[in-house]
Design a protein around this ligand. Structure first.
Ligand code: ZN
Length: 89
């Protein structure tokens, strides 16, 4: 069995969507992880236990609600990271 943070799973998914739609956000590993860290610090963790390798269910009642909050926080985090260039391209 494995312990997962449901919020983190949704943050990764939403971040990939946002990065694929916007060209102005740096897509390097450092910026991606910075965006995830900021967003996750502003969102409540939602832990769940699943069997190893089992994919989380988008049909969970909380999915759409979580997703809406995650989109807001990831967008804010992306703007914040974009404004502080902390590495050379
Ligand atoms: Zn970067």
């Amino acid at each position: 069995m494995e312990l997962h943070n449901y919020t983190e799973t949704v943050v990764k998914e939403v971040l990939n969507e946002i990065l694929s739609k916007r060209d102005n956000i740096c897509k390097c590993e450092k910026c991606r992880l910075d965006i995830m860290a900021i967003a996750l610090n502003n969102l409540p963790a939602q832990y769940y236990v699943s069997r190893k390798g089992e994919v989380f269910s988008k049909l969970l009642a909380s999915y759409m609600e979580t997703r809406t909050r995650v989109v807001t926080e990831v967008t804010k985090a992306a703007i914040q990271v974009e404004r502080m260039p902390h590495h050379q391209q």
